[in-house]
Design a binder for this molecule. Structure first.
Ligand SMILES: C[S@@+](CC[C@H](N)C(=O)[O-])C[C@H]1O[C@@H](n2cnc3c(N)ncnc32)[C@H](O)[C@@H]1O
Length: 327
């Protein structure tokens, strides 16, 4: 069970400011969005020059810099501000491996979505504005931050069960976090995602991982024709409802080799403490998404012809990997 902050006696005590909560998120997201971090990464700069160069208000910039300094993001010396060492790693170069800016912007957009919950409760539908309002690039690069934490464990679990595998289909693979790890392990990977996402990452992937096959399409319509030895579905089953997931698993089975492995990474309801909360996340962001139980996964997989179904907990994140094999 999650611990509720608002049900503890200390809520109005010394922690009321909650520096790690929504205030810090808003402050950091604003610093990413307005370009403050990028400017400070480029070179040390005074508050007035920073405000001028970004066309921001000087009083606002001074107050924000003070708060960022208090939290350890920036340091000031002789009137010039710069990012601290740890902030450089996390908020310096947007294409660096440890960059967190995309994920922070995503979280801050989710806050806006969660604030619509009263309306969603009335209508049962997300308020207008699509899931990718932060731009597809922002969304898939944020996903890469989360997937980066789990990709090694996912690859280990799959390849322990299917050591003979030569091909993998990464369904809804976004920036190809798992495709790249599988490719490093000698498999031939096909990254499948919506065409707009594929176009965002095409140039960089063709340069850094030319062997990854990039295919755009809609997995609710069709999948690239197999057979593949492994199909990986990372965080895609929470996007759509039971009927679509059931149909997708059948489509996966049709494109796997005999004995092929399906591996699904998601929050399993009843097993992941985050699953109920993530259900809200999908409620405010989609018309049919949610988090699903072990029984639902087993039913859908069995119905699609999978056997030896197992669910393992992922150590790096409060998620599970659900796996099954075709005969
Ligand atoms: C939540 S992200 C997960 C990305 C990555 N697999 C991970 O685990 O972080 C879902 C991905 O599925 C893609 N996607 C959603 N609906 C799709 C569809 N109908 N057909 C193809 N890709 C889709 C999105 O573009 C996005 O890249």
């Amino acid at each position: 069970m999650k611990k509720s902050k608002y049900l503890t006696d200390s809520y109005h005590g010394e922690n009321w400011f909650e520096p790690g909560g929504w205030q810090e998120l808003s402050l950091v997201a604003a610093s990413v969005k307005t370009g403050i971090f990028t400017a400070l990464y480029r070179e040390p700069i005074g508050a007035a020059d920073l405000a001028r160069s970004l066309a921001l208000d000087i009083r606002a910039v001074r107050i924000v810099l003070e708060a960022l300094a208090e939290l350890g993001y920036v340091a000031e010396a002789t009137g010039l501000y710069s990012l601290t060492k740890v902030a450089v790693e996390r908020f310096g170069d947007p294409l660096a491996r440890g960059y967190l800016g995309w994920a922070v912007l995503h979280s801050s957009r989710l806050v806006e979505r969660w604030l619509t919950l009263p309306q969603v409760l009335e209508t049962g539908l997300p308020v207008p504005g699509d899931r990718f309002s932060e731009t597809i690039e922002g969304f898939i690069r944020a996903m890469d931050v989360y997937a980066g934490a789990t990709s090694m464990e996912v690859a280990d679990a799959c390849l322990t069960r299917a050591p003979e595998a030569k091909t993998v289909l990464d369904i809804g693979g976004a920036t190809g976090t798992v495709s790249k790890v599988m490719s490093d392990r000698g498999l031939s990977a096909t990254l499948f995602d919506i065409p707009e996402a594929i176009e965002v990452i095409r140039a960089e992937t063709e340069q850094s991982y030319p062997t990854i096959d990039l295919v755009g399409g809609d997995f609710n319509e069709a999948l690239p024709q197999g057979p593949y030895d492994i199909a990986f579905l990372g965080n895609v089953t929470h996007i759509y409802g039971p009927e679509k997931n059931q149909a997708l698993f059948k489509r996966v089975a049709d494109n796997l080799s005999p004995g092929g492995l399906i591996a699904i990474l998601d929050f399993v309801r009843g097993r992941s403490v985050s699953a109920a909360f993530f259900g809200i996340n999908m409620l405010v962001n989609s018309s049919g998404g949610g988090t699903w139980t072990k029984v639902q996964y087993i039913d859908w997989l069995t119905d699609a012809g999978f056997k030896n179904i197992e669910i393992v907990d992922i150590e790096a994140r409060d998620q599970q990997l659900i796996m099954g094999r075709l005969d």
